[in-house]
Each structure stands twice: as C-alpha cells, then as structure tokens.
Design a protein around this ligand. Structure first.
Ligand code: GLU
Length: 470
C-alpha cells in the first residue's frame, strides 16, 4: 500500500464467458486502481491455446464493458510474448535452475503410487542431464529446503515449505510455456505492483515467487487473494451447477449497476452498512485491506432484490430506455409502457418482467394465466359475485379515472361481502378476480391505473367473458 502509483491488472483466461468470480476480481482490481489513482491494466492469459479465439476474448470484453469496468492502455495478449517467456525458461536452464525431463505423466503417476507418497513429480530427471528433444519438457528445480512465504493483504502471512513444491514444468515438450511462467514474467514486465486475484491462485503463488526470484524479477508489493464464492449449499460456485455467467445475468434483465453493486459486496462491505449504492460511492469507500478471507455467498435472490432497488431508482424515461431491448413487441410496447412506466418499475425485479406486466394492454383477447385463474377465480371466495358487482358499477361509472375505478371496486367488494368496515387488507384479495379477468395475472401494475389504461370497453368485455367462463 506504500506504492504511490499502484498498478493493477485483471488477467482473465479466455475459457468461455466472464464468470461472476472473475468479474468480482476485475471489479476489485478496478476499484482499488481507481480509488488510489493508479492504473488498471488488462491482460488476456491465452498461453494455453497459443493464439486466443477472438470470440472468447470478445465475450470477456463485452461483459467488462457492460459492467462499466474500463482499463488503461492497450490490452496485453500473453500469447504475443511467448518467445520472451521461452527465453526466460532457457535462461533458467543455463543457470542450472531448470532441466529437461522425458517422463510421461503415466510414469510420474505410477512412481508416485509405488512410493505411496503424495502425487506429483519426484525429481527423477534432475541429474540425468538429458538434452532437449521432442519428448522433453523443461522443469524448474525447486529448492529442497527452506520456505517460500509472502504477506497477503487479506490472509496475512502465507508460507509454504519448499520441500512440498515439486519440480514443476516451465515449457511443455511442444515448447509452449506454461501459464505460471508467463503469468509471473508478464506481471514483472508490466510493472504490476498489486496482484489481486481469486484464492484458487494461492497454491500457485510460491511457484510464482520462486520463478520471479530465480529470474531476478523482484516481487510485487502486494498480494491480495480474494475469498472464494459459494452457493447456498456453501459449495464453491461451479459453471456446471450454478448460474455464473455475467452475460446470462444481462440477458435475464439485470442492470449493470445492480450487478457491480452486488459483486462489490462479495467479500467487502462499506462501514456504514449501506449496501445498495452507486458505483461512484463504492469507489470512494473501497479499501482492499478491508476485504475478508471467509467465503462469500453468491445469493441470486439478494442480487434480484438489488436489481429491483436499482430499477426503482431510475427516472421513468430511463427505465423505458433500459427496458427497450427486452420488449419483443417493439414500438407498440414502448408506447404502452411509457404512461405506466413509473408504476411498472415499482413492481419488477428484472427487465424481462416488464413486457409480461403490460401484455394485457397489447393482447386481445387477454391471455389468462392458468395458475392465476385457479387461485383467484376457482379457489378465491365469491368471485362470481365480485365480477357481477364490479361489472355493474363500472358500466355505470361517471368518468373513467383510476380514482373513480377504485371507488367502484371498493364498493363492489363490500357488496360481494368480501370486505367489511375495517377490511383494507381484504381489499387486495377482493381485487383478485377483477385483476385476473382483465390483466390475466395476479401480479401486475396497480389495478386501478391498469384499468384506466385499458379503457372502459375492453375492461367490461373482459369482465363479462370471465364471468361467462366461470
Ligand atoms: N488467468 C487467471 C484466471 O483467469 C488469473 C491469474 C491471475 O490473476 O494471476 O484465473
């Protein structure tokens, strides 16, 4: 933290879509860089494939941009620097810190099994003096004694006994550098001062440090390994089991500001306890040293609640603009939504819920949801009486305003015996049959405004049709 010009980086491996765990790592790097007035760099760790597939890289960039996380300077592609990584590895060979090995992984495993010890490489080729061939990999000669330790800003002192570190591979037999070598060298070349990444990288850190030391590349000032993300069963989040792709959350109608707000709380929290807030405030408050080491629960329900809060906070016109891409019925839906926007935005958690909420104004006849019908009409009390009373009162109503409609529905509820003198709570139940008959669903915008928008003719037609069906 002493460095006045911190340089941080997000270093994704392009293996699919941007995962929420990686997005959280990107965000914490970004927050620390922006708060401290440092630099935020982006490096694509594509060593495994020699050349990155541009589609996979685009997936990551698209999600970073969507989240509003920018970076400084050009993107560094690790695969562009493989020659330098190879050269460094061969330098380790020249200085006796590495050697060629021709053991197959089957042979390594068989020997580990035979000796009954921990799995891993046993240094078999250390002193064989093998030359380079098509079948040899270059291995690092790890020290046999001593420890490799570092201070982690989040975890404190972390120390590994060198005898537990195997002679790991630097160059595969194909000549391709392994991720660890490229990762350690690139951080040095890019002048990275703060290595902030997921805790799954803790076990690789002593190797990273041994390499940096052996290559005389110095060490970063700060390591901060972020806590693992877990699901409701306290299992590590997994791509196969859990919803984890940022792009999927975008497609489900989450707002980027809700997503970054929620991600910021996975391992960190503001001291004043105010969780829902704009990113600009989080940048001011964020401190990397306040991140905790315990696993963080990625709670999709809480994320949804955050999204609802951020949706409600939008100006109505902005809400319509954000909903636009989710309105499959184009301009007709936009025009229908506009006058009702401030009511709809109070009641949706996701942008994908907007169109279903106004579909009753777009569809004729209204599409009635079966479950809602069962609940309000079949199981609900006095539905036929309520429909009859409401139809009569609305048919003879003076004017067609939400207030007048409210008075008519309240009067009908009393007439149908559904509401007594003190029964405000019962009124919402009494509205059920009217709501389902006219909007097709139990959930929707406030009923009286909905009916005002629907108009007298369509309202009465739907009430009569529902009564007939009952
Ligand atoms: N490429 C690594 C990953 O995606 C990150 C390595 C690092 O941040 O040092 O998990």
């Amino acid at each position: 933290m002493t460095n006045p010009n911190p340089r941080l980086r997000f270093a994704p491996s392009p293996t699919g879509f941007l995962h929420v765990g990686n997005a959280r790592a990107a965000l914490f790097n970004w927050l620390e860089a922006r708060r401290a007035g440092g630099e935020m760099l982006l490096r694509v760790e594509d060593t495994d494939r020699e050349r990155s597939s541009s589609e996979l890289v685009d997936n990551i960039l698209t999600s970073l941009r969507w989240l509003g996380l920018d970076w400084d300077g050009d993107i560094v592609f690790q695969a562009d620097h493989l020659d330098a990584h190879r050269e460094a590895a061969l330098h380790l060979l020249d200085t006796g810190r590495a050697y060629w090995c021709d053991c197959t992984s089957e042979a390594v495993q068989a020997r580990a099994k035979a000796r009954g010890g921990p799995p891993g490489y046993d240094g078999f080729c250390r002193d064989r003096g093998l030359p380079r061939s098509d079948d040899t990999a270059l291995r690092f000669r790890a020290p046999d004694d001593g420890t490799t330790a570092f201070t982690d800003l989040i975890r404190g002192e972390v120390s590994f006994e060198n005898k537990t570190i195997e002679d790991f591979v630097l160059l595969r037999s194909s000549g391709l550098p392994v991720f660890l070598l490229s990762n350690a060298i690139d951080d040095a070349t890019m002048g990275i001062t703060h290595v902030v990444r997921g805790e799954d990288h803790v076990p690789g850190t002593p190797k990273y440090l041994l390499l940096r030391d052996a290559l005389k590349l110095g060490r970063p000032d700060v390591f901060a390994h972020l806590p693992m993300l877990v699901n409701e069963a306290r299992q590590k989040l997994s791509k196969r089991r859990d919803a984890v792709s940022v792009a999927d959350f975008e497609a489900q109608g989450y707002l980027p500001e809700a997503m970054v707000n929620y991600l910021a709380l996975l391992g960190w929290g503001p001291k004043d306890g105010v969780e829902v807030r704009p990113l600009g405030e989080i940048v001011e408050l964020f401190r990397l040293q306040d991140v905790t080491s315990s696993p963080a629960f990625f709670d999709v329900k809480k994320l949804q609640a955050f999204n609802a809060d951020h949706l409600r906070a939008l100006p109505a016109a902005e809400f319509v603009r954000r909903a636009h891409p989710f309105l499959t019925r184009g301009q007709a839906a936009v025009t229908t939504l506009e006058p009702l926007a401030s009511l709809v935005q109070e009641r949706v958690r996701l942008l994908t819920e907007v169109e279903p909420m106004i579909a009753f104004l777009l569809d004729d006849p209204v599409v009635i949801d079966d479950e809602s019908w069962q609940k309000a009409m079949v199981k609900g009390k006095a539905a036929p009486e309520m429909l009859a009373a409401v139809t009569h009162r609305l048919d003879t109503l003076d004017g067609w305003s939400a207030d007048a409609i409210r008075a008519a529905v309240e009067g009908a509820a009393v007439e149908a015996g559904l509401v007594n003198a003190e029964g405000a709570a019962q009124l919402s139940k009494a509205q059920g049959p009217v709501r389902v008959a006219t909007t097709g669903r139990i959930v929707g915008p406030p009923l009286f405004e909905a009916l005002e928008a629907l108009g007298r003719e369509r309202t009465l037609t739907r009430l009569r049709e529902a009564a007939a069906r009952l």
